[in-house]
Structures are given as C-alpha cells and as structure tokens.
Write a protein that binds this ligand. Structure first.
Ligand code: SF4
Length: 97
C-alpha cells in the first residue's frame, strides 16, 4: 500500500501503519480487526464470483463493477466480518482446517 506520509509530516501511530500495510484497497476496514483466524472468504459480505466486498461498496457507494477494487478471499477479516451461513458439513470441514 502506498504511504500517505510525506517527508514533512510526523510519523503516525505505528500500530495503525501496520494495520494499513496488511489491508488491501477494496476492504471495508483494516485487515485483522475482525475475529481471529477468519478471512474475507468466510464473510457474508464477500462476493466470491466477482471478488468484491459488498460492505466496501455500501460504505463508499462505489459502483459495483467499475469502482470497487477486487480483493482476495484469504485476507484477514475486518471489523465488519459477518460469518456466512454454513451447513453442518461445512462447519466440520472448517474446524479441521
Ligand atoms: S471481512 Fe467481510 S466486510 Fe471485511 S473486508 Fe472482508 S469481505 Fe469485506
């Protein structure tokens, strides 16, 4: 991610910088601020077909196909994470991962 700091600004909070470095454009919030071990691929806001975060689209009012950057399913979940409804079989498979 491109740093927003210039040589004339003081350094911001290192924790925020670390979160921002892990976060991809198109995510609704900082990666890793959601439940531990969860990923975007397990979130109900994730559109796997188009690789988009619907929460990002809602918050930014980005146009679905043109304005929203694609994200990867393996990114650490953000604070807006909501689990996808799963079948019992999928739940057991995830617990074995
Ligand atoms: S965890 Fe969910 S809401 Fe957050 S960026 Fe990933 S898909 Fe979007």
């Amino acid at each position: 991610m491109i740093s927003l700091l210039t040589p004339h600004q003081t350094r911001s909070n290192p924790k925020i910088d670390a979160l921002a470095a892990r976060t991809a454009p198109g995510m609704a919030h900082f990666a890793g601020t959601g439940p531990r071990g969860e990923t975007c691929g397990h979130c109900s806001h994730f559109d796997g077909k188009h690789q988009l975060c619907n929460k990002f689209i809602e918050l930014t009012k980005a146009q679905r196909r043109r304005g929203a950057p694609k994200i990867k399913s393996n990114l650490a979940a953000c604070k807006y994470f909501e689990p996808k409804p799963t079948t019992t079989k999928q739940k057991f498979a995830r617990e074995r991962e």
